[in-house]
Design a protein around this ligand. Sequence first.
Ligand SMILES: [Zn+2]
Length: 130
Amino acid sequence: MSAEHLPGACKLFAGAKHRRTGHGLKWYQGRLWYAHRLAAHLALGVCPPGLGCLHKCGTASCVNAGHLYYGDQRQNNQDVKKQRGIYRKLNQAQADSIRVDTRSMRVIAKDYNISSGMVSHIKAGRQWQT
Ligand SMILES: [Zn+2]
């Protein structure tokens, strides 16, 4: 799931945050909730047993219900791996050829199986790290 396909921008929780995880914290009906969990609870309904409230966008303090889903932790780890994997998918030579590729970003992105944001990032010539 790439960030481009998410509805709207991340809504960052402005209040107290968990010191270790960065998740927003909020009191609701006498309970201290993770802010994203509460947002999902109100928008998506009760969390099914055994599942956690996860971010499609990977931003711990985001409380945009459109970015949240219920899934198991294993799925979450895979998502994170997938997101990180994108950055390892390309080598320096490929980054160089993207930089000189004159096709539209969308076509290039599809060709290399990366996001067009990534293409523009590479084309802008910002430092490439493998
Ligand atoms: Zn978000």
